[in-house]
Design a protein around this ligand. Structure first.
Ligand code: APR
Length: 439
């Protein structure tokens, strides 16, 4: 049964959910409120991005096949990244409604209320670039406002006085159109319209996002199925919020969203040698003779110096052990280091998995050993060495997840690089499987 997954840092996405329910009351929705992590708007883009990946994985694991990022901060930080990381899934995100505002304004001055994170993101910059068309935009960041709606509710005096403070510069600037750039703010609609007065048109993007969601979903779903409300915070509180904001009686379930211990593990489609990371891993042979496959590509792109340093390494240390790693410079590649490991030549009757795990762990140990913070892996052993790619990538991803668990926060990012879309899909399946395995 197909379902739509909707997530937000808290209750803001419920304003989008309300619109979805108007259009398709029986559509099963899994709503996740990341209340243990709220507010997103004041966190770094990188942190919100990692968090959005982990939540998306959970929602996909719950059978959702279309994800609505019902949070402007998360859309700003992660929408593009989510589409790259999960190429087989569909996403709808929140884009500040600058386009309709710019086409509707008469005086040519529009206001945008949003979080600091939203204004910092590239998404906002590109929307303004594409659609502002000479319109003057007055940006108003609203620190604490989403949090106040979350903790105190939209009618609380403190929430309303914050709103009042943030509205004043906008009305003073003579705007005639106001964009609500955070999904929490539609819950303040009455107060906003009162403060704005009749001459300012207020644009809530939620109805358009709901329409887009239903359009993308097509007719691939069938009622009846239960909607599900999840929160990383307190389920009792979320239940009360659901009732007061949407009039909905539900029994929310508490869930934990595990991050990979501070290490972001992502799947990338493309050329390993082009990755802008501190280190790349080479799928080498134990003599470090880099002729074919990814090894040849590394030397061709990075220069002979990589082969020369490899030769010196072998002269000094002898052949590379199965669970060993050799580190060389990376010549003219974007990376600083090449970490050479030798995966197993796939052979019946030998412990292929154990050998591959040893090579992966050796590469990660060596990465940490040189102080590198980010590293990119190819599908070691899955080429010339004949390890079936779906098995090799599953072992690779699982060992990376385990290693990250044993070494919390040591690396910031591990990239699993598939040379083409099919290889990347295997990497992603492997990663999903590794995480679902609870490692
Ligand atoms: N970027 C990303 N992935 C790549 C690239 C690249 N530029 N080039 C090749 N690959 C992929 C292959 O498609 C394969 O899925 O890397 C994976 C590993 O393939 P191989 O390079 O053949 O590595 P492996 O199977 O471990 O064989 C190692 O091959 O090149 C020799 O010296 C190496 O003898 C050793 C053997």
């Amino acid at each position: 049964m197909a379902a739509v997954g909707v997530f937000d840092s808290g209750v803001g996405g419920l304003s989008v959910l309300a619109e979805i329910r108007k259009l398709a009351p029986e559509l099963p929705v899994v709503y996740l409120a990341d209340q243990a992590w709220s507010p997103y708007g004041e966190r770094s883009l990188a942190a919100v991005r990692s968090r959005s990946v982990a939540i998306t994985e959970m929602l996909l694991g719950r059978g959702c096949d279309l994800i609505v990022v019902a949070c402007n901060s998360a859309s700003a930080a992660a929408l593009h990244h989510l589409r790259n990381t999960f190429p087989d899934n569909r996403f709808v995100g929140m884009e500040p409604a600058v386009k309709p505002a710019a086409s509707q304004t008469e005086r040519g001055v529009i206001g945008v209320l949003a979080t600091a994170a939203t204004f910092q993101g590239e998404l906002y910059a590109s929307v303004v670039d594409r659609h502002a068309n000479g319109t003057e935009i007055v940006e108003q960041a609203c620190p604490g406002l989403a949090d106040a709606i979350e903790r105190l509710g939209p009618e609380h005096a403190e929430t309303l006085s914050l709103l009042d403070r943030y509205m004043q510069p906008l009305t003073a600037a003579g705007i005639d159109t106001l964009v609500l750039g955070c999904t929490h703010y539609p819950f303040l609609m009455q107060a906003i319209e009162r403060l704005a007065g009749p001459s300012i048109r207020v644009i809530d993007p939620a109805p358009a996002v709901a329409r887009q969601t239903i359009r993308m979903l097509g007719d691939g779903w069938r009622p009846p199925a239960e909607s599900l409300f999840l929160t990383t915070g307190a389920p009792g509180t979320f239940g009360v919020q659901l009732e007061s904001l949407l009039g909905l009686i539900a029994q929310p379930e508490q869930v934990r969203v595990e991050m990979s211990h501070g290490t972001e593990i992502v799947v990338i489609t493309g050329d390993l040698t082009a990755q802008p990371v501190d280190a790349i891993v080479n799928a080498a042979n134990n003599r470090l003779q880099h002729g074919g496959g990814v090894a040849g590509a590394i030397v061709r792109a990075g220069g002979r110096v990589i082969q020369e340093e490899s030769n010196s390494w072998v002269q000094e240390h002898g052949a590379l052990e199965p669970a060993g790693a050799a580190v060389t410079t990376a010549g003219s590649l974007p990376a600083d280091y090449v970490i050479h490991v030798a995966g197993p030549i796939f052979t019946e009757g030998q412990d292929n998995e154990g050998l591959l795990r040893g090579a992966v762990a050796a590469a990660l140990d060596a990465t940490a050993g040189v102080g590198a913070k980010s590293v990119a892996f190819p599908a070691i052993s899955a080429g010339i060495y004949g390890y079936p790619i779906e098995e090799a990538t599953a072992v690779l991803a699982d060992e990376v997840v385990r290693w990250a668990g044993r070494h919390p926060g040591v690396l910031q990012e591990v990239r699993l690089v598939g040379y083409n879309a099919a290889a990347a899909a295997h990497m992603q399946n492997g990663l999903n499987g590794a995480r679902a395995g609870g490692n």
